[in-house]
Design a protein around this ligand. Structure first.
Ligand code: HEM
Length: 401
């Protein structure tokens, strides 16, 4: 990585008084009374991982079975698909348990989430890709894990795989037999388990690691807030009307998603207000620049600028500034573009109101915003090159070099 980038992160970090990756686990105080388990206990989610899935992953790696598993599960896509043939018995046994909805999943709320996401997925894609995608680069543990894992060396492919998860969750048939989310969530959970086993063998990753292994339940919740809680707040900020049932449906879809990702029920927030209080304790205090995050942000932003869609560097940078705020954008060294800034700040809320039928006034830049929203949606589909998605596969190693 460029020395310049590392120096930049270190000097910003020093100026902010950040020693290294912020560690919130010492001060953990969120009571599980606010969780779906409803138990009045305080347990540190940063020291809980996913032991059963992690053990399965360890065995797959030890046996060199990962490439064969990736081939075998390529055709395992729909929720209704049987588990693929050709998997090791212990993986089939594990998936037989894991690949199902929890008993508390509410079919009515899940169906309501499909309807809601169908209506709003273009705004969610904007919030989650450009907003949360770049926000993830100022979450130190996530940025370092992504950078030093195999996917960090090929961010275009890695981002496309991650979008598969978002796209499947926000699909109008996410939870139906023909939807994909159950399968994508199970594949993702196993990717994380493989990564937990692999990253501890990366010298470069472990040099700055502040946990015995990465991707604890707490870290997954941080990412959940950086995506779902932030999107929830953005929809409100943009004046999008959500009924109480729609808000409950959005949260419920994520509660089931977190369960499928291996997060224990004692940590899954029961309400949006509990989610906000959790985010205040675990997300916002830990954001900080890292050399790895600055490098990832630069790479990711390069993919979304698309001159054929009229999306200039200045417009994309300012959209990020609008979505994540100037402070974090400054850490990432994103230059300002005053013309785009003025346009976005004045016209994006009017654009959303117009598209939502809440205002008859078509704003300036409507074409540009339409192109932008379409461009972001295309990114969710294999970078716009194909109508199919990029399959989620288990890695076999870390970032080379
Ligand atoms: C892989 C989603 C939390 C680090 C993936 C993949 C998805 C995903 C869909 C598979 C795509 C791929 O292989 O690139 C999520 C979601 C999360 C979450 C929905 C929480 C709600 C985290 C956290 C970390 C993390 C907290 C680290 C602290 C990684 C890494 C990979 C990965 C390193 C593998 C990259 C590779 O080498 O291919 N994640 N993730 N994830 N995730 Fe996560």
């Amino acid at each position: 990585m460029e020395n310049l980038t590392r120096r930049r992160a270190l000097s910003i970090g020093a100026a902010l008084g950040l020693a290294s990756a912020a560690n919130v686990s010492g001060a953990w105080a969120w009571s599980s009374a606010g969780s779906i388990a409803g138990t009045d206990t305080v347990t540190d989610p940063f020291s809980v991982w996913d032991p059963v899935a992690d053990e399965v992953a360890a065995k797959l790696l030890a046996e060199g079975a990962v490439p064969a598993v990736n081939r075998a599960w390529d055709s395992w896509v729909d929720n209704k698909d049987p588990l693929p043939a050709g998997l090791p018995d212990y993986l089939t046994d594990y998936l037989t348990q894991a690949n199902r909805l929890p008993s508390w999943a509410d079919p009515g709320l899940l169906a309501a989430s499909e309807k809601l996401y169908k209506r709003l997925n273009s705004y969610l894609f904007v919030s989650e890709s450009l907003g949360s995608g770049i926000l993830s680069t100022v979450i130190p543990r996530e940025a370092r894990a992504v950078y030093w894992s195999a996917g960090g060396a090929d961010m275009k492919n890695r981002a496309a795989k991650t979008f598969t998860f978002g796209y499947d969750l926000h699909s109008e048939e996410a939870w139906k037999p023909t939807g994909h989310f159950l399968v994508s969530a199970n594949k993702t959970r196993l990717v994380h388990s493989v990564v937990r086993n692999l990253l501890v063998t990366s010298k470069r990753f472990m040099e700055t690691a502040d946990q015995p292994k990465p991707i604890s339940n707490g870290d997954i919740l941080i990412t959940f807030h950086s995506v779902a809680t932030v999107a929830h707040n953005n929809l409100k900020k943009w004046g999008i009307r959500l009924s109480a049932e729609e808000q409950a449906a959005d949260l419920h879809a994520w509660q089931v998603a977190l369960h499928l990702l291996g997060v224990q029920h004692q940590f899954i927030p029961a309400t949006w207000s509990q989610a906000q209080s959790q985010a205040d304790q675990m997300l916002w205090p830990v954001v900080a620049p890292t050399a790895e995050g600055i490098s990832l942000a630069k790479t990711l932003l390069g993919y979304i600028e698309d001159p054929t869609l009229g999306l200039t560097k200045g417009f994309v940078n300012e959209m990020v500034r609008y979505l994540i705020g100037d402070k974090y954008a400054d850490w990432l060294g994103l230059p300002s573009d005053w013309v785009s800034r003025a346009l976005i700040r004045a016209a994006w809320p009017t654009y959303v109101a117009f598209r939502e039928g809440l205002s008859p006034i078509a704003p300036d830049g409507i074409y540009l915003f339409d192109q932008f929203v379409r461009g972001v949606a295309m990114m969710f589909l294999n970078n716009g090159t194909s109508p199919t998605q990029t399959p989620i596969t288990l890695p076999t190693g870390n970032r080379p070099g």
